[in-house]
Design a protein around this ligand. Structure first.
Ligand code: PFF
Length: 447
């Protein structure tokens, strides 16, 4: 059987599709805006290139050298303690857990696309009430929207790497870009909003950079590049030979940053042009503030709202498909399952967890779905972002830095980065990445 493989450009788009997601729409802009503007961007870039880029290449090498699912790749590559090392492949379960609550949020986006065709709430109180009602009272609506997203995502993954994941990304990623450009051009016309947004996002304020912000920026870099949950090794296993790994990684990082910055400019242009609240973060900024601002623009606002939420839908779906593929690939290899059978198993699990997430916010059932005094939704988010992802990044960098043979890595990377840079990368991988990530993890747990 011919192995289902990406084309070179398909790989970059699929990996960028995984990286560019809901995180770019609300985490990145709000963190930049509230933590020192371009000072935060400089810090984020330094951490992305100094640490995340280094660890990203390590994850790529596991997939490319192993050429199979994460568990079997680690088994194949480890010279000793094969079974123990292969266990690290099960960090991919983190991706399945993220998929469960992430698709619930994409479901809310679907609801907002629908709402954008009608009349949008004109004041913040009304808008907040509408969002809170969706979260806390409308379990059935949330379940319907989640089910729509769920069906799209599993349908795409059922088609495999080339005809499913690559095909989706090859049209969704450019469409996302076009939508962003349209919105950006429109934002040029709304008074001096863009100017204020630029100064909010780019005027550096280094006094805001505290150790806590450094750690937050590193956490953001990891989440935003889909690291630690085996998406990267899984996609890399389907990478054609001869692909320039360094250039591809840089393109992925570049696309991820550009989309984050464009999202930030668009969102804050509207916020400033219509005196919205800049301190609102996360979902509040997108679902509450922005909707009321769009409402002020009449029909153009409806058009922009649809464009905006559709672009978020695209960003979210391309990330969600990447979360399912690692475990599906493993089940197919390990138990000889057909793709359909593997996906039915994963889908049942994700569907149940997704419903639990919805019910953990909804009023009548929220009490039942609490764990450690937190809604189940928040528990999954915390467990994956603050524990599984960083722990996996540490284990993978130690594996590649200390267990894999340096020669094999040199063979993979030296042609694309030269000997000197390779030595710097290797040093950073062994001694900087594990320490830095351990620091974030400790901080997240203890704070
Ligand atoms: N990178 C995605 C975002 O920024 O929204 C989130 C993500 C995708 C996390 C895929 C993990 C993952 F496996």
């Amino acid at each position: 059987m011919i192995k289902d493989q990406f084309s070179k450009i398909g790989f970059v788009l699929a990996m960028a599709g995984s990286a560019v997601g809901l995180g770019n729409a609300w985490k990145f802009p709000t963190m930049v805006g509230n933590n020192g503007g371009s000072a935060f961007i400089v810090l984020y870039l330094a951490l992305t290139f100094g640490i995340a880029f280094v660890a990203f290449l390590a994850e790529l090498s596991i997939g490319k050298l192993g050429e199979t699912d994460p568990v079997h790749s680690l088994y194949k590559l480890a010279p000793k303690y094969k079974k123990q090392w292969s266990m690290a492949g099960f960090f991919m379960i983190g991706a399945v857990l993220i998929a469960s609550f992430y698709m619930v949020v994409i479901g809310w986006i679907v609801k907002y696309i629908y709402l954008s065709f009608g009349s949008l709430p004109t004041d913040t109180a009304q808008s907040r009430a509408m969002f809170e009602s969706l979260l806390f009272n409308e379990a059935i609506n949330s379940i319907i929207c989640f089910s729509i997203v769920f069906s799209i995502v599993f349908f795409v993954v059922s088609k495999g790497i080339k005809s499913g994941i690559e095909r989706l990304n090859v049209w969704m990623m450019p469409s996302l870009f076009i939508l962003l450009i349209i919105m950006f051009c429109y934002s040029l016309s709304v008074g001096d909003g863009l100017l204020k947004a630029v100064s909010f996002l780019f005027v550096p304020d280094f006094s805001k950079i505290t150790p806590e912000i450094v750690l937050q920026a590193l956490g953001l870099a990891f989440f935003s590049l889909s690291m630690g949950v085996c998406v990267i090794p899984t996609y890399a296993a389907s990478l054609p030979d001869g692909t320039n790994l360094v250039k591809s990684t840089l393109s992925i990082i570049f696309i991820n940053i550009i989309v984050g910055i464009m999202m930030g400019l668009v969102v804050f242009t509207f916020v400033f042009a219509y005196n919205g609240d800049t301190t609102q973060g996360g979902p509040g900024l997108i679902f509450v503030s922005l909707t009321t601002l769009f409402a002020k623009l009449g029909l153009a606002g409806n058009f922009l709202a649809v464009a905006f939420f559709v672009s978020l839908l695209f960003a979210g779906v391309t990330s969600a498909v990447s979360m399912i593929e690692p475990f599906a690939y493993y089940l197919i290899n390990k138990f000889n399952f057909t793709r359909k059978k593997a996906l039915i198993l994963i889908a049942s699990f994700v569907y149940v967890l997704g419903i639990f997430c919805i019910l953990s916010y909804c009023k009548p059932t929220s009490e039942v779905f609490m764990l450690f005094d937190k809604p189940f939704f928040d528990v999954l988010d915390y467990l994956t972002s603050n524990i599984i992802m960083p722990l996996a990044a540490i284990v993978f960098s130690i594996f590649v830095g200390f267990v894999l043979k340096k020669d094999g890595l040199g063979y993979l990377f030296v042609p694309f980065m030269g000997k000197a840079l390779f030595e710097i990368w290797y040093f950073a991988l062994r001694f900087i990445v594990p320490v830095a990530v351990f620091a974030i993890m400790l901080y997240q747990i203890l704070k």
